[in-house]
Design a protein around this ligand. Structure first.
Ligand code: ZN
Length: 179
């Protein structure tokens, strides 16, 4: 049976890292991640495992990699069962936007924890090791100040702007198309 996305090779798990459609999703991921992980290559290790050579990607990139796979599989299934076109850019947009929602929920959890801690400890800032742990989990998408405030990093803000702008444009195009 041939690949339902590219139609060329025999469909098997080992084809996925060669499939041009799947590669183009993970190339969008790589283009964002390489700003943090220099020299990151679009190879089978990155695509299947989220690895740069032998090294795992930093916390938030690893989480974004898993979410990207989730949306790849959803789109792959839809292409198979409903004949829906696999759109790499749309898959990437969906992954980033879902990831943003996850990060917002995480940030809200940090904010509440800091408030509780501060009111219990007479206004003291959170312990540095707690701040470091959250920083590790959010790097490179967000930073956590000593006071425990979470802020998007510039690179992630730029990514959100690009993804949102494209989504708006896509919706407009779709509306025009159906009018
Ligand atoms: Zn393919």
């Amino acid at each position: 049976m041939s690949c339902r996305l590219c139609g060329y090779a025999i469909e098997r798990f080992s084809h996925l890292s060669h499939c041009p459609h799947i590669r183009s999703v993970f190339d969008l991921f790589r283009r964002y991640a390489v700003k943090t992980v220099s020299g990151l290559k679009l190879d089978a290790r990155l695509i299947y495992l989220g690895l740069h050579g032998e090294t795992e990607l930093p916390g938030a990139l690893s989480a974004l990699h898993i979410i990207t796979w989730k949306f790849v599989l959803i789109a792959f299934t839809r292409a198979d069962t409903e004949g829906e076109k696999f759109d790499s850019k749309r898959v990437w947009r969906q992954a980033v936007r879902r990831f943003e929602v996850r990060l917002m929920a995480y940030s809200e959890g940090v904010r509440r924890w800091v408030l509780r801690y501060s009111s219990r400890e007479g206004g003291a800032p959170p312990p540095p090791q707690v701040v470091d742990r959250h920083c590790d989990a959010l790097t490179p998408c967000a930073t956590v100040s000593e006071e425990g405030n979470v802020a998007w990093s510039d690179g992630f803000s730029d990514l959100l702007t690009i993804v949102s702008a494209r989504a708006v444009r896509w919706c407009r195009l779709r509306r025009l198309h159906f009018q």
